[in-house]
Design a protein. Structure first.
Length: 269
């Protein structure tokens, strides 16, 4: 393996031009799940604007001379306004700086990456999207849960647990969601999980359906709570950030739970 990564030195990465913005997904937590383009961008950027779900391990790859700007949003806590974040991205780019917008998971999966990219386009700012491994895929994989399995489901729904105001989304057709797919993966759903469970049960979902809550996914502190949809009301306080999966796929964790304590000592994941 000696010298293997040195091959990337002449790999011909796309130029990170001054005055442009790269929107990069940092993955579900483990720094080792960052893409090659994401790693390259961190080394090139002059401004790194990062979210609350981006871990310190990922930021270790950043250009030491880069300005690091925290722009995280956490429920119930003072947070930067989205309009201000977008405005700053445009201002830094117009000042000729290489700007990296770093998001946990994937920027286009409930990450507001589409909103920010559209604003950059309207402002005439060049940008590049670098997808990341979504927590809805990678986080489940680290818990030994495949998001699809041919013996259980041919469809999956991805659902956000709150709207822009932080409230339970009222625009969701809960009856349709409850019956559309065997597996539902929920982002940012812990706060309203009891209410979501109530709506799904009222729409006819089986209270015996398996449900797993993976907190701190792909990190050494990862923890998994397993229950049923009907058992959600009896849960105590749950750690966050967390991803929730409802449906039969969590049963595979019984044999696929590979991320054991013995493997968690490597900071890369």
């Amino acid at each position: 393996m000696n010298g293997h990564f040195a091959a990337l030195d002449e790999a011909g990465f796309p130029p990170f031009e001054p005055g442009t913005v790269w929107l990069v997904g940092a993955g579900p937590g483990a720094p080792g799940l960052l893409s090659l383009l994401g790693y390259y961008a961190l080394g090139q950027a002059e401004v790194v604007v990062y979210d609350a779900l981006v871990g310190e391990g990922v930021l270790r790859f950043a250009n030491p001379a880069a300005q690091q700007v925290f722009a995280g949003k956490r429920g119930g806590k003072p947070s930067p306004k989205q309009a201000d974040i977008t405005l700053h991205l445009i201002e830094w780019a117009k000042a000729g700086r290489r700007v990296l917008r770093l998001k946990g998971g994937d920027p286009f999966m409930f990450g507001r990456g589409g909103e920010e990219a559209a604003a950059l386009a309207r402002a005439g700012i060049g940008f590049r999207i670098v997808p990341g491994i979504s927590a809805g895929l990678g986080g489940l994989a680290y818990a030994g849960i495949p998001v699809t399995h041919r013996d259980t489901n041919q469809a999956v729904i991805f659902l956000t647990g709150h709207d822009e105001s932080g409230a339970l989304p009222n625009s969701v057709d809960w009856e349709a969601v409850a019956n559309a797919a065997p597996v539902i993966v929920m982002f940012m759903a812990v706060k309203h999980l009891a209410a979501i469970a109530g709506r799904l049960l009222a729409a006819g979902r089986d209270p015996a359906d398996r449900l797993a809550i993976i907190s701190n996914a792909a990190l050494p502190a990862q923890a998994v709570v397993e229950t049923t949809l009907g058992g959600v009301a009896g849960l105590g306080e749950l750690p966050t950030p967390a991803i929730v999966v409802l449906g039969p796929v969590s049963r595979y964790r019984e044999v696929l739970d590979w991320y054991t304590p013995g493997l968690r000592g490597n900071w890369l994941g």
